[in-house]
Design a protein around this ligand. Structure first.
Ligand code: AP5
Ligand code: MG
Length: 191
């Protein structure tokens, strides 16, 4: 199994690049943001709780997302590798993920970290907010709150995997295809 984390701040292109990577390599895509939006669309109690945090640009509590990932891993026992997008987002989530993977006798092989300037992130998300229907994209204050959450709580996850020498940094600005080629080259070397 080859498991990787696509890491980066809100709007850095994780979802965009994930789509291309799963098409090329056949990874099972696990995006906690997508899973949470699915719960909201189905008006489940979990979704309704999560919405309160997401609409403010705050992280959803660790136990909620760790539980979701644990079920998703159990439901895809035959996957040849997982691509984690938007997870883990706190040091506690990273440690929980490592333990869940250990139970399955596997681990994280690689973290690909997309780097994009804050002004470019805000520009991209405001633009997407005009058409996406995502309530957390329409208000610049909420977008900036998401970036602040990332700086305060999520950058620690990159530091955690750096201690295991698993992180490759990739410039997340430029054409979608150019960034995809850079990501693919790194994966091909490590696979
Ligand atoms: P989540 O859904 O994960 O959103 P996010 O991390 O805020 O990031 P986005 O999905 O908005 O951006 P992205 O990096 O995927 O970029 P994309 O490809 O879409 O999380 C949403 C919320 O859920 C969180 O705020 C939190 O509340 C909660 N949550 C989720 N996971 C959690 C967890 N683990 N723990 C706790 N809470 C959690 O691209 C963005 C835009 O840019 C698009 O319009 C795209 O077309 C455009 N674009 C992409 N690439 C380029 C490029 N190269 N040039 C120009 N534009 C580009
Ligand atoms: Mg995304």
């Amino acid at each position: 199994m080859f498991n990787l984390i696509l890491f980066g701040p809100p709007g850095s292109g994780k979802g965009t690049q994930s789509e291309k990577l799963i098409a090329k390599y056949g990874f099972k895509h696990l995006s906690t943001g997508d899973l949470l939006r699915h719960e909201i669309a189905n008006e489940t109690p979990l979704g309704m709780e999560a919405k309160n945090f997401m609409d403010k640009g705050q992280l959803v509590p660790d136990e909620v997302v760790i539980g979701m990932i644990s079920s998703a891993l159990d439901n895809s026992a035959d996957a040849k590798g997982f691509l984690f997008d938007g997870f883990p987002r706190t040091a506690a989530q990273a440690e929980a993920l490592d333990k869940l993977l250990e139970l399955k006798k596997t681990n994280i092989a690689l973290m690909l970290a997309l780097e994009v300037t804050e002004e470019e992130l805000v520009k991209r998300l405001l633009k997407r907010g005009q058409t996406s229907g995502r309530s957390d994209d329409t208000n610049e204050k909420v977008i900036r709150a998401r970036i602040t959450e990332y700086q305060n709580k999520t950058t620690a996850v990159g530091d955690y995997y750096k201690t295991f020498d698993k992180v490759s940094i990739v410039k997340g600005e430029g054409t979608v295809d150019g960034i995809f080629n850079s990501l693919s080259e790194i994966i091909d070397k490590r696979m």
